[in-house]
Design a binder for this molecule. Structure first.
Ligand code: ATP
Length: 278
């Protein structure tokens, strides 16, 4: 039997060996009583009687408990507000990163998708400043020069980069931050952000489903399709460097969004929170 350390002072006159052979002796008043009377002397303000639980009204019982313990019960939150999170969403081209983030920002409050700066041409239906900041190569190079980008890369012939200021501004307001990057970008961000961010790898349920998604999107030339599909095969090997992997199965975007939301909730419930870099 393991005997709590705090009880050792009160074991006389019943010896430790006797308790070991008969654990019920642990309940003996000579052991338990001094323990509680010691607590009484240091903490109790008065020895006010606690009314019977069955008959007392709740406020009366509450106050009696406070009086007995000699202090008021605090209404302060027991857990501080969780820190804003940085969530990095990555995965092969065409897996559904944009769709996931769009839904996530619709269903969650206080979450900001950092709009990436890019030199690629705008696709049909895209909105400047919402989907991306579309800009010329010259403008982009100026941002690099001014050290305004957290990370940038040349992707399929076009520049893409993450503006730092947006992250600072929204984190200061208490918003969680979502970053969307390709696999190479995620590797770079891992080096910069380390464990301060949560890295989520998005996959389709199969390689063939991923290819079909890209074909159906009808945004790529046959050359671009070939490059993206070939790259995706390589990229899947990088999954091991991420914190979480989430499957975005055909027609199941909603469930994929829920999984990412659960990840966010779990991260916020961690006893040891990630230390923000910003
Ligand atoms: N769960 C899903 N089921 C079926 N189709 C989907 C699903 N999720 C996304 N899609 C479709 O797959 C295509 C690719 O999605 P999306 O553009 O979001 O991918 P992406 O990962 O952001 O691609 P890229 O990296 O090339 O920008 C889109 O046509 C989208 O409508």
């Amino acid at each position: 039997m393991i005997i709590p350390r705090f009880c050792f002072n009160y074991l006389n006159p019943i010896s430790l060996s006797k308790i070991r052979s008969n654990p019920l002796l642990f309940l003996h008043p000579l052991i338990t009583k001094p323990r509680f009377s010691s607590m009484t002397s240091s903490r109790r303000a008065t020895s006010a009687p606690i009314p019977a639980v069955e008959t007392a009204d709740r406020p009366e019982l509450y106050r009696a408990l406070e009086t007995s313990l000699g202090s008021k019960f605090s209404s302060e939150p027991l857990v501080p507000t969780p820190r804003p999170l940085v969530i990095v969403i990555s995965g092969p081209s065409g897996v559904g990163k944009d769709c996931l983030i769009k839904c996530l920002t619709q269903v969650r409050e206080n979450i900001h998708f950092v709009v990436t700066a890019t030199t690629r041409p705008m696709r049909a239906g895209e909105v400047n400043g919402k989907d991306y900041f579309f800009m010329s190569k010259q403008q982009f190079l100026q941002m690099i020069e001014n050290d305004e980008l957290l990370e940038y890369a040349l992707v399929y012939g076009d520049y893409k980069g993450i503006p730092k200021q947006q992250i600072r501004d929204y984190m200061a307001k208490g918003y969680d931050i979502v970053l969307r990057v390709d696999i190479q970008g995620a590797a770079t961000l891992k080096k910069i952000l380390g464990d301060s961010a949560v890295f989520v790898f998005l996959v389709a349920e199969s390689e063939s489903e991923l290819v079909m998604r890209l074909i159906n999107r009808k945004t790529e030339s046959k050359e671009s399709l070939l490059v993206r599909v070939a790259t995706a095969k390589e990229e899947l090997r990088q999954m091991k460097n991420f914190d979480y992997v989430v499957v975005n199965a055909e027609g199941k975007l909603e469930s994929c969004v829920k999984t990412v939301e659960s990840i966010i909730e779990a991260e916020k419930a961690k006893v040891l929170q990630r230390k923000p870099l910003f």
